[in-house]
Design a protein around this ligand. Sequence first.
Ligand code: ADP
Ligand code: ASP
Ligand code: MG
Length: 438
Amino acid sequence: MDIKVVKFGGSSLADAEHFRQVAAIVRADPTRRYVVVSAPGKRHAQDTKVTDMLYHCYEMAHNREDITAYFRQIADRYQAIIRELGMSFDMSGELDYVRDSIQHHTGRDFAASRGEYLNAIILAKYLGFDFIDAESVIFFKDNGLFDDEKTNEMMREELKKHTRAVIPGFYGVMPNGTIKTFSRGGSDITGSIVARACEAALYENWTDVSGCLMADPRIVPDPRPIRTVTYRELRELSYMGATVLHEDAIFPVRFAGIPINIRNTNDPEAPGTMIVANAPDYDSDTVITGIAGKKGLSVIAIEKDMMNAEIGFGRKVLDVLEDNEISFEHLPSGVDTMSVVVSTRSLEPRRERVIAGINRRARPDSIVSEDGLALLAVVGRGMVKAKGTAARIFSAISEAGINIRMIDQGSSELSIIVGVDEKDLEKALRAIYSEFVH
Ligand code: ADP
Ligand code: ASP
Ligand code: MG
């Protein structure tokens, strides 16, 4: 029998009512055998995610403040879920243990991970499924990187012992036994890892929107859902800010060719988005698949006459970045110019050293760094086939009165990337959306 792995995000498990919806979805299909959960998310716009509250507890403990009163709010959320589900089980021992551990200085990642840990225990009991702690099946290496091979091996063996199980997302264990998390939103990655380990037929990722939409619904009103998208397209969209799926969640399932179906817990009938390896047809009506954008970028603009003829120029520049542990996002270059796009957060503390280092090593004629850049990506597997797409994008942006700071057509021909001022990002995205979608 085919297996489906289902992952539920924070808003899908924010309260007892959502737990009931989740249970109904899981029970509606007996092939939904492995369930990965996030921590309880926001119940309403002003609410705080449990994960954020746990980070706050960690900070308080770190500053030697007493977390008892603040932690009670977290405990209350879990207790309310248990009570409103009519369950009789007593979680107070677990909750006290978590509180005391955080108070007595366990790591930051341990604190954050308890959101999913506790949620998974409750859901497992509610569904009557086994509970598998992620710390026994998800492994990191000493250098902090995810240990793909060991995880796949151990996870596969463990899953064989359980017909049905709930597994907390977001975290795993270091070789020395401490808990480590993925980056924020990382439960999506756990779901993908579980799907690969059990050779699932499908990885369903249940969230609070009806699939991956053509644009961020917080920016473009009521964007169309994307019915089918390729792994590569989605990777570009999520890397550039479409936060519906963690940008790294693609890798484990893509490797195994398992499709991902993004679904809406609040609208389970909606088909959502299928993410697949190959999709020959694109939507000829809209030409593009989707758009996304992100802020917080800086550009280091370097000029040198005859740069193109100078062997090793690019390497010298990138060596300086490497020495300062900065990764670059994009590298648009011309004949005598090279622009390095990096995140402002990574550049900020080392700006002087980076500029001085490039001056010393590469001896450019000029070098400046500017902040306040946003990049937007227009993504679509059909874009190359449709003439004039780039022209339509650029004129939509300039007709909206927005200055284009940079253009970069990715060599994949899957996307066109445009740099604009941060303040113009939302307006540019709306202009492009209405150019392509009517
Ligand atoms: P979960 O808690 O289920 O993991 P997330 O909050 O991580 O959910 O992701 C879902 C949210 O992603 C949506 O509510 C939406 O605001 C946001 N989002 C941003 N870009 C997109 C997009 N292109 N399509 C759908 N949702 C998007
Ligand atoms: N709870 C974690 C976060 O808020 C992980 C996740 O939701 O996927 O980032
Ligand atoms: Mg998420």
